[in-house]
Design a protein. Structure first.
Length: 472
């Protein structure tokens, strides 16, 4: 049997409970030998990146020559069609008409026996009707409580819902007859050491509240709303603890815990002098440091795992509470005995074509920065290895078989020892902005404000002394 899913919402969206549930169902059907395909636009419930290309690269899609993106995952062939924006609310009528026209061809070519969809736009309804005309049966997966008319369901052969609460809601609202199939999430969210008998089935009616998790034979699974609740509850508990520390602290002594996130290249230069001064000047502040590439640091800040972060700006508007620190230029880093490229201290981006490079993979800020610069300059680089750890990248480059692109701060010690050489990339120059970002829940805590002050001072001193190569 050939099964097609279609919606403006990308089926690979990790922030959509409905997409996760339908993707799990379709993966189970694919495992049973059915042919499964997804044709969607690149819309997401909560996109951490602004552009469709950034989101699709982050989700491991591959760009096709015709402008579409594809991915093979758990038996599902995904075809994603950029429509103009990652947010459904930002799509214009011309955007919608264009992406609908593009989707019709591959949908008719696949010629499914069954079409599964959710969403009530002209995109879903047009594809559903055209495929019904070819003999396909259609199923509408209903998990959203916000439909105010029956238009989205018109023509569907069957409507299935995620819960009894959703079924009851639409039965009362429209007299809609539907079938409950539930929510499907593959991985349980219960720690293995917990006594599962202590976990209760929580599924309140829609007028009383929301479902936080479901009990099943293996334990329990958290819903999307439950994950949101858990993240915010942790922030509230951290705020309560901070209030207690603030109220019980000595009048002239700053106390509290601060969790600080940094990329490895920043940590190499900043952490040692910063932490030493914090221990000296702020003995009542307990520091916890998490290190990772900027993509991870951004996720930690968004989820409340860190209170404060120095990271590389990936796009405008990612975090509301940020301040500029400096700009860094990117350099080609090679072993000293590597064949020379470029003109002495500089190298053109185009000269890197054909050279084996080691870089972090998407969604890390450095990779996105390099990919966008190459796209603008019409340059194709050879990424021989994707690595997530800076020390491994440095070691691999030191062997002389591969090069990388980094700010000089990331390899300062190796440059001074003579093991590596750095050439500034020009034509175009590739620069990125370093920012200081605060978690809104902790920005005004005395301990956070005190640490922020020291971070500013140290970065200014490092740049002025030449220990950090950057432009304020």
């Amino acid at each position: 049997m050939r099964i097609l899913f279609t919606s403006l919402n990308c089926l690979a969206d990790p922030s959509s409970g409905a997409a996760i549930s339908v993707r799990t169902i379709l993966s189970m059907l694919a495992a049973r030998g059915h042919q499964v395909m997804s044709i969607t636009a690149a819309n997401f419930d909560n996109a951490p990146f602004e552009t469709e290309a950034e989101m699709l690269r982050w989700l491991k899609f591959t760009a096709n020559l015709d402008g579409t993106w594809s991915r093979q995952d758990t038996g599902i062939t995904h075809l994603c069609l950029p429509a103009g924006h990652t947010k459904l609310s930002r799509l214009t009528a011309p955007h919608l008409a264009r992406v609908t026209e593009i989707a019709v061809g591959p949908a008719l070519a696949f010629l499914p026996d069954i079409v599964v969809s959710f969403g009530g736009s002209n995109f879903e309804m047009t594809l559903r009707q055209k495929l019904q005309d070819q003999g396909a049966k259609t199923a509408f997966y209903l998990a959203n409580p916000n439909y105010r008319t029956m238009d989205a369901f018109v023509g569907a052969d069957v409507v299935v819902t995620d819960s009894v609460a959703t079924q009851d809601l639409y039965l009362q609202r429209f007299g809609l007859i539907s079938t409950v199939i539930g929510k499907f999430i593959q991985r349980p969210a219960v720690a293995p050491h917990l006594d599962k008998s202590l976990i209760t089935f929580v599924n309140p009616a829609y007028e009383k509240g929301v479902t936080l998790f479901y009990r099943n034979g293996r334990g329990a699974v958290m819903t999307e709303v439950g994950q949101t609740f858990l993240t915010r509850a942790r922030r509230v508990m951290a705020d309560v603890e901070q209030i207690r520390n603030d109220l019980t602290a000595d009048k002239d002594r700053v106390q509290g815990a601060v969790t600080f996130g940094v990329p490895p290249s920043v940590g190499l230069v900043l952490l040692a002098p910063l932490l030493a001064q914090i221990r000296s000047d702020l003995p009542g502040v307990q520091m916890r440091v998490l290190e990772g590439f900027s993509g991870y640091v951004a996720e930690w800040l968004a989820s409340g795992r860190v209170d404060l972060a120095v990271l590389y700006k990936m796009r405008a508007g990612t975090f509301p509470d940020t301040e500029h620190l400096l700009f860094e230029d990117m350099y080609l880093i090679s072993a000293r005995n590597s064949p020379p490229l470029g003109q002495g201290p500089t190298v053109r981006l185009r000269d890197l074509e054909g050279q084996d490079l080691a870089l972090p993979g998407p969604p890390h800020g450095l990779r996105i920065l390099v990919d966008e610069a190459c796209a603008r300059a019409k340059v194709t680089l050879t990424i021989a290895v994707e690595l997530e750890t800076l020390p491994t990248i440095r070691d691999l480059v030191s062997n002389g078989t591969i090069r990388t692109i980094l700010p000089v701060t990331a390899v300062q010690a190796d440059l001074e020892s003579g093991g590596l050489v750095a050439q500034k990339i020009i034509d175009p120059v590739i620069s990125r902005e370093l920012i200081l970002a605060h978690s809104p829940q902790r920005a005004n805590a005395p301990s956070t404000r005190a640490v922020v002050h020291l971070i500013r001072l140290h970065i200014q001193e490092l740049v002025q002394s030449g220990a950090w190569i950057g432009r304020v």
